[in-house]
Design a protein around this ligand. Structure first.
Ligand SMILES: [Zn+2]
Length: 154
């Protein structure tokens, strides 16, 4: 099963099963699915930390609440799930098979919001790098890319 459809299925199962949980179980479950602690992001955070860089997380005062912020360098890294943020022609980005009339406007709005936020950040003088979920498995390549971004002048 591809991650795209898995996400949708899990979402539906989750909503369905929520009513049968105790409040403690429910908040634990919600905590686990909270978007800001997604696995690709944790992986990038560990990698960047291991490279010796320090960063701020999820700064709410910036457009799009960027995942990793490097204030002294004026740089920002977003870690985006391919499905939710519509990663170009990536195979994880394919449209859900059912309820497309529900998902399509939602997902297209996600993509538009990302573009607006990134444009706003660039206008404020920030340099922005987007790391896609499908790119985190190639750690060597990702390390090179992040290093070049954080050390680069432009
Ligand atoms: Zn992708």
């Amino acid at each position: 099963m591809e991650p795209g459809s898995q996400t949708v299925d899990e979402g539906c199962r989750l909503v369905y099963s929520m009513d049968t949980l105790t409040p403690a179980e429910r908040s634990e479950r919600m905590g686990r699915v909270r978007a800001k602690d997604t696995k690709p992001e944790m992986l990038v955070r560990r990698l960047v930390h291991g490279m010796g860089y320090r960063y701020r997380l999820h700064r709410r005062d910036l457009p799009g609440i960027p995942d990793l912020v490097f204030p002294s360098r004026g740089k920002i890294i977003f870690v985006h799930g391919c499905f939710w943020h519509r990663h170009g022609t990536c195979r994880y980005t394919r449209w859900p098979k059912s309820k497309l009339e529900f998902w399509k406007p939602k997902l297209e709005a996600n993509r538009r919001r990302d573009q607006v936020n990134q444009r706003a950040l660039r206008r404020m003088g920030w340099k922005v790098l987007v790391v896609w979920e499908c790119q985190v498995d190639d750690v060597e390549r990702l390390r090179d890319r992040i290093g070049a971004f954080l050390e680069g002048e432009d």
